[in-house]
Design a protein around this ligand. Sequence first.
Ligand code: T46
Length: 135
Amino acid sequence: MYNCGLFKFIDITDKYGHLTPIEGKIDIPFDIKRVYYITKVEKDTTRGYHAHRKLHQVLVCVKGSVKIKMANTKEEKIYTLDNSSVGLYIGPYIWREMFDFSEDAVLLVLASEHYDESDYIRNIDFYMEEAKKRF
Ligand code: T46
């Protein structure tokens, strides 16, 4: 599937615990302009239901687990994120839905741009129309 995939980051382990560094333009293909995280999502809640026009993001479930459904105009794929040293890259024109959050899930997101609501396509029909012209 275009514009998405998994990254494995270094997991530096010693007797004091684990440390995973993620550096913009080194470990992921963009500079990080924004960081946010999603926590305390109630059972059976699904988030997302949108795509971005320009934004590149990497999602890391630093605690617990969550499933991410990603789709384009032709196919869809579901990833389970449950490893704090694995990142899911999602680039432009990928529809995403996040579901099955574990109670303790902490989903960290590294983003290539500042928050801009006009970059969102929140309607699936508009998404299909725009994405079909590009891919
Ligand atoms: C994405 C997935 C993985 C802000 O004010 N600033 C921000 O940086 C973000 C991300 C959101 N917001 C506001 C916009 C909404 O009023 O927070 C509210 C909840 O955002 P949203 O419904 O878009 O949340 P999700 O979980 O559906 O989507 C978020 C990101 O918005 C999105 O880019 O890819 O996480």
